[in-house]
Design a protein around this ligand. Structure first.
Ligand SMILES: *Cc1c(COP(=O)(O)O)cnc(C)c1O
Length: 395
């Protein structure tokens, strides 16, 4: 067993060696610009189109429905700002959920600054939004509903298929941020009635710098095709929806990573689930006053999020220098604010600051799970014995 142990696979994942191998020729001999009209360009273009077809097939889409971007953040921005801006004349209401990633919430808020009305739906104590809540929130002026598939902090899986069906019935466009779900659980854009979906490479053992937005071309029942205002103007790449020279090696790696993830999806999910449950039972057997955050069953197999009452999550991280886990989302690690996700499921600030996320992934082993479980129990017992300030009892 090698130290340090990486158990933060929701923040990013290590590149799979076979993905790196697939990418290398596109850094070296096949360096061409995919838009160039000569043999160097043709080779690059061919690789990009093969990647597009492969990724499309994995989500039951057609290649012309895949727009390559730089990350799920960009995909989310393109979906939220692109759709709402294009549909301004039709309506000005957006529906989303309190536990969404900032890459959805912040673009939604920005559209709010520009005159859109926003409904942010609350979640229950397990982190779930009910499809009926979405239906009740819809207005004649609603132009977009955005609900994530899997949460990046507590792993909770939203009822996306039911929400998709409701949106379809009401003729409202439905976007899902599937950054954590893609490659880990099945994502079929037909079965889920999704009109737009954000997916990304670096959460599935692919490189950073490649991602995609699925944009539905044909909607059933005579509904109009999805229209988007581009957020990046220039050379007209990606059917003018996302200008800029394509990152060919990263796109090739993204497709290789996606293929790999789908080949072993079922087995890998089972393996991660077994390890996750082992880690959970070790911790719960070894310590009092621990609370599982998020739905016990309806969550990503590799996700465990636990509140250790009376201990700061940051103190636990300091005590676990040889183990990489996290408090809150990676992107907000420097901001000293309680997680908006944990607050939304009802945790007070103190318990939110006591929470830690374990993200199990492809390269974790049973041996590492045993080690992490034992170390966490040791460090928490030690910190609690130090008599960390306890909350003052209410008079
Ligand atoms: C990681 C993540 C993002 C951002 O993706 P990038 O590719 O890093 O820009 C967005 N949404 C969710 C749910 C994520 O987990």
């Amino acid at each position: 067993m090698n130290l340090p142990i990486y158990m933060d696979n929701h923040a990013t994942t290590p590149l799979d060696p076979s993905v790196l191998e697939a990418m290398i020729p596109y850094f070296t001999q096949h360096f061409g610009n995919a838009a160039s009209n000569h043999s160097f360009g043709w080779v690059a273009e061919e690789a990009v189109e093969a990647a597009r077809s492969e990724i499309a097939a994995l989500i039951n889409a057609s290649p012309s429905e895949i727009v390559f971007t730089s990350g799920a953040t960009e995909s989310d921005n393109l979906a939220v700002k692109g759709v709402t801006d294009a549909l301004r004349s039709k309506g000005n209401h957006i529906v989303t959920v309190a536990t969404e990633h900032a890459a959805v919430l912040d673009p939604v808020r920005r559209m709010g600054d520009q005159g859109f009305e926003i409904t942010v739906l609350p979640v229950d104590e397990d982190g779930l939004v009910a499809p009926e809540q979405v239906e009740e929130a819809l207005r004649d002026s609603t132009v977009l509903v955005s609900v994530m598939m899997a949460n990046n902090e507590i792993g909770v899986l939203q009822p996306v298929a039911e929400i998709g069906a409701i949106c379809r019935e009401h003729g409202v466009l439905f976007h899902t941020d599937a950054a954590q779900a893609f490659g880990k659980i099945p994502l079929d854009v037909e079965a889920l009635n999704v009109d737009l979906a954000s997916i990304t490479s670096h959460k599935i053992y692919g490189p950073r710098g490649a991602a995609a937005l699925f944009v539905r071309r044909r909607r059933p029942g005579g509904l109009k095709a999805v229209r988007l205002t581009p957020q990046m103007d220039g050379g007209g790449q990606e059917r003018s929806l996302r200008s800029g020279t394509l990152n060919v090696p990263a796109i090739v790696g993204f497709a290789a990573a996606a293929r790999l993830a789908h080949e072993s999806m079922g087995e890998e999910a089972q393996r991660l689930l077994t390890m996750r449950e082992r880690l959970r039972s070790l911790i719960q057997a070894g310590l009092d006053d621990v609370r599982l955050n998020g739905h016990a069953v309806n969550r990503l197999p590799g996700n465990l999020n636990i509140a250790f009452a009376g201990v700061e999550g940051e103190s636990l991280l300091m005590g676990l220098r040889d183990i990489a886990i996290s408090t809150g989302a990676a992107c907000s690690s420097t901001v000293r604010e309680p997680s908006h996700v944990l607050t939304a499921i009802g945790l007070d600030d103190e318990l939110a600051f006591s929470s830690v996320r374990f993200g199990l992934g492809r390269f974790n082993t049973d041996e590492e799970v045993e080690y992490v479980g034992a170390r966490v129990i040791d460090v928490i017992k030690h910190l609690r014995a130090l008599g960390v300030p306890q909350p003052v009892a209410q008079a």
